[in-house]
Write a protein that binds this ligand. Structure first.
Ligand code: NAD
Length: 486
C-alpha cells in the first residue's frame, strides 16, 4: 500500500472504500502552507468512477449497519474515539503540515474534540428512546429510522474536527458514510480511515474519497442513491449542493460562511473584551465563527481600541510547529491573494487601514493582523466574509444602533456580545440574527445544543438530537388505545 512520509508520519494519499485503499490514476498536488516549495503528497484525484464505487459500498453496507442496535453501533464509535485519543499527536502533526493550524492547539484541544464528537453521539444514540404520547384515543410513537448512505463534504479549515462533527451523528443514527474532505487539506482525514479499520468497522460503513469539489464532490452529491447530504463550506458551494439535493429530493444541511459581529457595550469589562477580540485573529482568521466586525459603544471606543491594540501586538507570526507562534500562515497562495485583495480594494475605496494590511514575509503565506475602519457599513470588508486575519471596527450609539449594525449583513452564523448586564445580554441576544451567540465568552460549546446558521450562513441544524433527527427518517406509529401488549 502506498504511503507518503509526512515528516515522519506515514499517510495514505488514496481513497478508502470498503475498508481498502483505492487509488486513482490521476492525482493532485498537496503542498504545505508552512513552506510552499514542500510537496507533501500526490493525492488520488477521484472522479465519477470513485464516487460510484464509494456510494455502492455505502449502499451495500447500509442494511446490516442499520440493523445493529444503537448500543452495538455505539461500541464502534467508542472504539474509534479511543483510537483518536491515542493518535492525537500524529493527527495534529499531519494537520499542521497540511493546513498550518497551530500544532500545539491541535494537540491540546482540536483533535481530541474529534474523539469527543464520536463519544457524544455514541452516548446519545445508545440512550435513545422513541418519543411517546397519547392523544385522540391513540398512542403516538416517533421512531428514528436510519436514512441511508450519507455524503459528508467538508472545508479545508480544521478538516479533522469538522469532518468528525458530521460523520459521528450520521454513523450513530445508523447511516453509512462517504466523506470527501477539501482538496487543500486532505491528509488528516486519511489518518482517520486507518483508525476506522483498526476499530473494526464493517467494510463500506465509513468511506473516504479524495479529489476536487467540482469533480468527485459533484458526482457524490448528484448520486440518487444518497439519502442525506451534509455540507460545510462556502455559501457559493452550498447553493450548488442545494441544487443537487433538490433534484434528488434529498434532505441536506449546510453550515456556511460567517461575518459575525463582536459587540462591546459600555458596561463591559473592556480589557477582557479586547483580549477576546484579539483571539479573532487566531488561526489566521480562518474561522467561520469568528466575530470579525467589532462594534463598540462610541463612549468606550478609544479605551477599547487601546486595549485591543496591546492584545493584538502580542500575536507572534511564525511557524505553526513552534509553540511560541500564535499566528499561522494562510492555507494557500490563492487564499493569500484573496485576503490581500479585500484589503487593497478597501484601501483604494477610502476605508482606513488602522494597522496591518500587508503580507509579513515575502517568502511565505503570512498576513499581518489587520484592522480597518470602514468608510461606511456598505463597505465590502463589512459585508463579505474575508476568512483571514482582517477585522473591521465601527462604533454605535445605543442598543438600537448596535443591533441594527449587527444584523446588517446577509450572514447569520454567530455573534459575540460583551456586557456585564445579563438583562441586556438576553434582550440583545433575542434580537440578533445568529445561530450561536456567545456572551462574555467565545467558542464554548455544548455538543447537544443546536448549531447552524441563519441567512446565507446555512440551512438546518446539527448538534445533539437535532443532528440525529436530520440523519434519520422520523416515522410516526399511531396505535389505537386498547391494542394489547403481547
Ligand atoms: P468551499 O465551499 O470552497 O469547499 C468546501 C468543500 O466543498 C470542499 O471539500 C470542496 O471540494 C467541495 N466542493 C466544491 N465544489 C463542489 C461541488 N460543486 N460539489 C460538491 N462539493 C464541492 O469552502 P472552503 O473554501 O473549503 O472553506 C471555507 C468556507 O467554509 C468559508 O466560507 C467558511 O466560513 C466555511 N466554513 C463554515 C463552517 C460552519 O460551521 N458554518 C465551518 C468551517 C468553514
Amino acid at each position: 500500500m502506498t504511503r507518503v512520509d509526512v515528516d515522519g508520519v506515514p499517510v495514505s494519499p488514496d481513497h478508502f472504500i470498503n475498508n481498502e485503499r483505492v487509488s486513482s490514476v490521476d492525482t493532485f498536488e498537496d503542498r504545505s502552507p508552512l513552506d510552499w516549495s514542500w510537496k507533501l503528497a500526490d493525492v488520488s484525484r477521484g472522479g465519477p468512477r470513485d464516487a460510484d464505487l464509494a456510494v455502492t459500498a455505502a449502499e451495500q453496507a447500509f442494511p446490516q449497519w442499520a440493523a445493529l442496535s444503537h448500543e452495538q453501533r455505539s461500541e464502534y464509535l467508542h472504539r474509534l474515539a479511543d483510537l483518536i485519543d491515542a493518535h492525537v499527536t500524529q493527527i495534529a502533526h499531519v494537520e499542521t503540515r497540511d493546513m498550518a493550524m497551530l500544532e500545539e492547539s491541535l494537540r491540546r484541544r482540536v483533535i481530541s474534540r474529534g474523539a469527543r464528537n464520536f463519544r457524544a453521539y455514541a452516548e446519545l444514540a445508545a440512550h435513545y428512546q422513541p418519543r411517546r404520547w397519547d392523544s385522540n384515543g391513540t398512542s403516538n410513537v416517533v421512531l428514528r429510522q436510519p436514512a441511508g448512505p450519507t455524503v459528508v463534504i467538508t472545508p479545508w479549515n480544521a478538516p479533522f474536527m469538522l469532518s468528525t462533527w458530521k460523520c459521528a451523528p450520521a454513523l450513530a443514527a445508523g447511516n453509512t458514510v462517504v466523506l470527501k474532505p477539501a482538496e487543500w487539506s486532505p491528509l488528516s482525514c486519511s489518518l482517520l480511515m486507518d483508525l476506522v479499520l483498526e476499530a473494526g468497522f464493517p467494510p463500506g460503513v465509513f468511506n473516504l474519497v479524495q479529489g476536487l469539489g467540482e469533480e468527485v464532490g459533484s458526482a457524490l452529491v448528484n448520486d440518487p442513491r444518497v439519502r442525506r447530504i451534509s455540507f460545510t463550506g462556502s455559501p457559493e458551494t452550498g447553493r450548488l449542493i442545494g441544487e443537487a439535493a433538490a433534484r434528488n429530493l434529498v434532505p441536506f444541511t449546510a453550515e456556511l460562511g460567517g461575518k459575525g459581529p463582536f459587540l462591546v457595550f459600555a458596561d463591559a469589562d473592556l480589557e477582557a473584551a479586547a483580549e477576546k477580540a484579539a483571539v479573532m485573529y487566531d488561526d489566521a482568521g480562518q474561522v467561520c465563527l469568528a466575530g470579525t466586525r467589532l462594534l463598540v459603544d462610541r463612549q468606550v471606543a478609544e479605551e477599547f481600541t487601546r486595549h485591543f491594540r496591546r492584545a493584538t501586538d502580542r500575536h507572534v507570526l511564525g511557524d505553526s510547529r513552534d509553540p511560541a507562534t500564535t499566528l499561522s500562515p494562510l492555507i494557500h497562495p490563492e487564499h493569500l491573494e484573496r485576503v490581500s485583495g479585500f484589503v487593497e480594494r478597501a484601501r483604494s475605496r477610502g476605508d482606513r487601514i488602522v494597522f496591518g494590511g500587508r503580507t509579513r514575509r515575502p517568502d511565505g503565506l503570512w498576513y499581518e493582523p489587520t484592522l480597518i475602519e470602514p468608510a461606511s457599513n456598505d463597505s465590502e470588508v463589512v459585508q463579505r466574509e474575508i476568512f483571514g486575519p482582517v477585522l473591521t471596527l465601527q462604533t454605535f450609539d445605543g442598543e438600537e444602533e448596535a443591533v441594527a449594525l449587527a444584523n446588517s449583513t446577509a450572514y447569520g452564523l454567530s455573534a459575540v456580545v460583551y456586557t456585564s448586564s445579563r438583562t441586556r445580554a438576553e434582550r440583545v441576544g433575542a434580537r440578533l440574527r445568529a445561530g450561536t451567540i456567545w456572551v462574555n465568552c467565545f467558542l464554548v460549546r455544548d455538543l447537544s445544543a443546536p448549531f447552524g446558521g441563519i441567512g446565507i450562513s446555512g440551512i438546518g441544524r446539527e448538534g445533539g438530537d437535532y443532528a440525529l433527527d436530520f440523519y434519520s427518517d422520523l416515522t410516526t406509529l399511531q396505535i389505537k388505545e386498547g391494542t394489547t401488549h403481547g
